[in-house]
Design a protein around this ligand. Sequence first.
Ligand code: APR
Length: 261
Amino acid sequence: MSSYALPRLLLERLAAADSVVVFTGAGMSAESGVPTFRGAEGIWSRFKPEELATMDAFLRNPQLVWEWYTHRRAIIATVQPNAGHRAVVALEKLIPRVAVVTQNIDNLHRRAGSTVVHELHGNIERNYCVTCGTPHDIGPGKTSAGVPRCASCGGLVRPDVVWFGEMLPDDEWDAAVRAASGADVCLSVGTSGVVYPAASIPAIARKAGALHADVNPEPGPLSETADVFIKGLAGAVLPDLVTRLEELRARPNITSPEEGH
Ligand code: APR
């Protein structure tokens, strides 16, 4: 018996939903073995973001930053999407429009099979030249020991991720805002909700009339403003939500969808 309940309000709104946005953070991939950023074991408790995740840091010491992303690529190449990622894919069969808006650069939503994924902070499997912008494909799982040089102009090649102080990719941000503004339900999953503008996605959805449910083992800023807070792990809560929804679809006259699990 787990510690959370699936609120009736959320189940009913999901059952009636035409459009759902799933806003995810590092906690979504934690059960796959990808480290999160904050918290006691988080990456930022061991490394300084200003030394590894800014353009200044890259220009100051490109080798150090490249080696760090090579290290993270190697971790990501060995992990698999978890039950939470797979549940988000399953939602697509139950709800007409499901859009994933993710802060994660690990490509796990796509690898799980999600068809609509807006990557607000980029993707670690892509790279480009800092001088001419030419894409530089290293290929999933492959690494380059030294900082690659651009084949076109000889410039430094960097990972296609958003570093602190950088703008989010316009097209992904615009698509994310559209998805949030048209959603009936916004599920925020596994994010501390402290990095903006990404963390404003649930508020954008709520302002447009969506019900916002936050899923996290720890309460945080998003759970305080959410309509519903589910204190649990993504890999447990999301499959349960899908199971309940499938039951509701199979037997729409169920009177008490809300029960502890
Ligand atoms: N299921 C659900 N949530 C979890 C799980 C889990 N299994 N494990 C941890 N969490 C929660 C933590 O309680 C925390 O609130 O996931 C959250 C992870 O928060 P962060 O580490 O701050 O990650 P995130 O919110 O994605 O960070 C935002 O900050 O460092 C930058 O660019 C980076 O995209 C990242 C952004």
